[in-house]
Design a protein around this ligand. Structure first.
Ligand code: AMP
Ligand code: MG
Length: 488
């Protein structure tokens, strides 16, 4: 392990000890004038970093990729993946892993610069990123963290002093991403396609050691690895659905072994409840729509499972059977997690056979009446059931009776039900119109105050404070549907 420095960097790069096929060492790609736009001070502290030192010129040189801290070597990771169903070679085309930070409590986190310049995996790309998309990732990933959804996080965004050419000229920026690892389904797909079984085993052992140390000495550890990944993804996607998050680009290279959300590109939160919701401009078929997300994870898990077959059994068809059985568990696990979460959103502590239909009836009504997903649950929490087409409909009245009766079939008090609902239904989410206003102020006018305030509100989404009320308003209905863009 290297000696720490003034900023508190304390790296131990285990990934660099994997066989060479998994990465390429990268020299810094200096930028003209790195300038700190935002620093996540509490995250810095929890990583054992000195926030004041990070803000100095030397600190910013590191966050801008101009200098690699002493004792570490930057690298770009190799991976492949299925993009919209098609297998392809990818890799970090615009990212640089500067190292694995060991925190004061002994945890290990990848520190990665996104937008840090070209690598051998850049294909045609420039390796760079724009300020708007990087701040967007910062805001949404931090909001997800506060909502209780496993996610990579954002330590900082710096501008580079260089323009980035897209459809228009953008301000160049680099985001520092913090992840419990960057092992992707696509990392396994890469080695399964182009590596040896030994290299595949090296990667699987590495993933186990890093994320599932409890199964390390189990004879069945590769099957258990698969089952653990299934379990984490089932938990993750249930949380996405429960908060109304649409990832937008659920390619297998954007799915982690750790079960953290990664790669905030064309993602967005739903306002109106509609299972067909798609925000990404390139997702014309609706492959990654809100309602399709659980099914897509099932498909992605199948691609991951396939890569492990040679490790599961010496006979391929026996291995395939084991893999198949393991991924079949996904649907049930997902459904159970989702229903447990929905019970919380409706203030229900115990289990009743009718709960699933109670929830589905509500969701169907929300869809029929174009109700806002987050605000409907807020209104139920605070019993303020007026002013919307949904609440004024006779079918809702009937449903409400059923729900009240259901609440009566548990021992917990009304007050504890309400508390459970407050803790399960966020007041604020990063609504698209709010995020856009914050980004416009930041990018067009270098006014970061709007974003800072939004981030502040998103820090405690379940607080239901007075000041949060202003952040619960809906977008103007006359605006055209929200669209997000890839390749940012
Ligand atoms: P994403 O859609 O962000 O998951 O990216 C898919 C692939 O494209 C990954 O291999 C990225 O590293 C790569 N990529 C995205 N943007 C760029 C860029 N501007 N330059 C080089 N590679 C990129
Ligand atoms: Mg990606």
């Amino acid at each position: 392990m290297v000696k720490g420095n003034e900023a508190g960097w304390n790296f131990d790069n285990s990934y660099a000890r994997l066989p060479g096929m998994f990465f390429t060492e990268i020299e810094p790609n200096p930028v003209r004038e790195p300038k700190l736009i935002i620093l996540n001070e509490s995250l810095a502290t929890s990583l054992g970093l000195n926030k004041d030192m990070l803000k100095t010129e030397t600190g910013i040189e590191v966050l801008g990729g101009n200098q690699i801290p002493e004792g570490t070597t930057g690298l770009a990771q190799a991976y492949a993946g299925h993009q919209f169903g098609n297998f392809t070679m990818l890799g970090d085309g615009r990212a640089l892993l500067i190292g694995e930070q060991i925190t004061p409590s002994g945890e290990r986190f990848d520190i990665q610069l996104k937008g840090s310049g070209r690598t051998p995996y850049s294909r045609g790309g420039d390796g760079r990123a724009g300020l708007g998309p990087m701040l967007r990732e910062y805001i949404i990933s931090e909001a997800m963290h506060a909502l209780g959804v496993p996610t990579t996080r954002s330590l900082a965004v710096v501008t580079t002093g260089e323009p980035v050419i897209r459809e228009t000229m953008l301000t160049g920026a680099i985001m520092t991403r913090v992840a419990s690892s960057h092992l992707r389904f696509g990392t396994f797909e890469y080695v399964a396609k182009w590596g040896t079984v030994e290299e595949l085993r090296d990667l699987a052992d590495y993933a186990i050691k890093r994320h599932f140390p409890d199964i390390e000495s189990d004879d069945n550890r590769y099957l258990l690895l698969l089952k653990e990944v299934v379990k984490r993804q089932a938990a993750l996607i249930a949380k996405w659905q429960l908060v109304g998050f649409v990832h937008g680009v659920m390619n297998t290279d954007n799915m982690t072994i750790s079960g953290e959300t990664i790669d905030y590109g064309p993602c967005a939160f739903i306002d109106t409840y509609d299972r067909k919701t798609v925000f990404s401009s390139i997702d014309r078929q609706g492959r990654y729509s809100y309602g399709n997300q659980p099914r897509i994870v099932g498909w992605n898990l199948a691609r991951f499972a396939e890569t492990l077959i040679p490790l599961l059994h010496e006979d391929y068809s026996e291995g395939a059977k084991l893999a198949q059985a393991a991924i079949l568990e996904f649907s049930e696990q997902y459904q159970a997690n989702w229903l447990t979460g929905m019970r919380g959103k409706l203030g229900l502590f115990n289990i009743d056979e009718q709960d699933e239909s109670l929830v589905n009836e509500l969701l169907q009504m929300m869809e029929n009446h174009h109700a806002d997903y987050t605000n409907t649950f807020r209104a139920l929490t605070f019993d303020s059931l007026t002013d919307t087409v949904l609440f004024e409909s006779p079918e809702f009245e009937q449903w409400h009776e059923l729900w009240l009766a259901r609440l009566g079939r548990q021992h917990e008090s009304k007050a504890s039900s309400k508390q459970l609902m407050q803790d399960s239904n966020p007041a604020v989410i990063p609504r698209n119109h709010l995020v856009e206003v914050a980004l416009e102020a930041a990018v067009e006018r270098a006014d970061y105050s709007v974003m800072e305030e939004l981030l502040d509100m998103l820090k405690n989404p379940y607080a239901h404070s007075e000041e949060q009320v202003a952040y619960t308003t809906l977008p103007n209905q006359s605006t055209s549907p929200y669209q997000t863009f890839c390749g940012t």
